[in-house]
Write a protein of this length. Sequence first.
Length: 480
Amino acid sequence: MSRWLVLPLGLLLGLLLPLGAAGAGFPELERMVERGFLVSAEAKLLDTGEVLGAIDPQRQLSPASVTKAYLAAAALDRWGPQHRFTTRLASDAELNGSGVVAGDLILEGGGDPALTTEDLWRLAQRLHQRGVREVEGRLVVSQWRFGPVECITTDRCQARTRTANAYSALLSSAGVNYGSWCVSVAPGAAAGQPAQITSCDSQTTIVGIDNQVETQPPNSGTELNAERVTRDDGDVMVLRGQISLNASPREVYRASSDPAQQTARTMTAMLEQAGIAVRQGYTTSVEEPPAAARTLAAVDGKPLQELLLRTMNYSNNFMADVLALNLVDTPRSSLLQAGDAIEHYVAGMPDHGPLIMLSGSGLTTENRTSAHGSNILLESMFHRTALFPSFVASFQSPANGVSRFIQRGSSTFQNHVMLKTGTLNQPIAVRSVSGYFRTLSGRWGVFTVLVNGTATTPWLNWAQVLDPLAEDLERMIEAH
């Protein structure tokens, strides 16, 4: 009797393939591995589960802002696409016949990640419509749900004293304008004069301004440098540079040092403009409003599906982490608890594998997932018929997305792919991409590519990742 074992042809071929064939389907992208980068990649069809390409798909790497896809899925699962977060003005004091609130007015932050000055103005108008003309006490901004939230990333910790960006905004359930100040810079009346700088949201100045911008002759160019610093009297926007006499106004955004304090200052300005006087100023609180507090005015935020579109398309870290903090059932939540809530949601997905989430934004470089795990998440949402339209709508099409850097590759790639990207530069370089594709025959597929640098490969740009990925995905799309 023959002692030879007869193997299925597919298995036999698999055993004969060289080790480098682990990158089959991603021949262009695999060159990143040869250059020393850490890569986890996988692409597969959803109708059959056929894997079209893979490079170490179970490897745990940093996903950067691809983390936000996990947050979006968890949020839709928890609340549904039409959920709205409510912000209200309340008081346990009496409102007398003369329109005077005989005590404090409380703004209760409802955890709305997209609360804006427009919403605060609407609250002020509704309070005025209610007959309120004066508050004898203080305006108290309550962030009892969460805030101030402990910073666990370098940029956010530094932003407590100074910052030159808006992406590192600190977090609160009562934050406004994505936790950032905005000022408008316009040319002065003549060359040589200081620029005109005002708050974007009010006729009166809300944030302190240190104006070192000079107006220059027409067509001389505009160069602005802005930093928000915290001084003894509060936040100050320090602006330097020049603006051309015929230039249009420029808006400059920088993270505030205390988002609840920012809300208090902005709400006070809105009340003043509405003709409502607050006699004892403003303060912030981490205490829940008294049970006896009656709602005097309220405003509902935008539906969750619209919040996710903004969070994902613009990769807004403030919105992502505020949404994640809302997932925690207990008050005074932390980013670590928010990460636990996302992990708990994913734990119900068979075959996902390990997951580490320390935030919902991906700013925490310790977040870890794999290409295979990320694809399991995408596949899970694809089969959630009531949620999938809102989920996939938050991914960008390279042909029409808001991010110009993804507009590359052939028309096949640009028009058959929907994706979310992630970027980190410190302490390691990360470029990650995850999303859906449609083949030429109309079949749905998912793909995830995580590329992490090392100490010996510190430089990484999007062309190095997106260009080869576009070529590899184009072949898959056209072949099926």
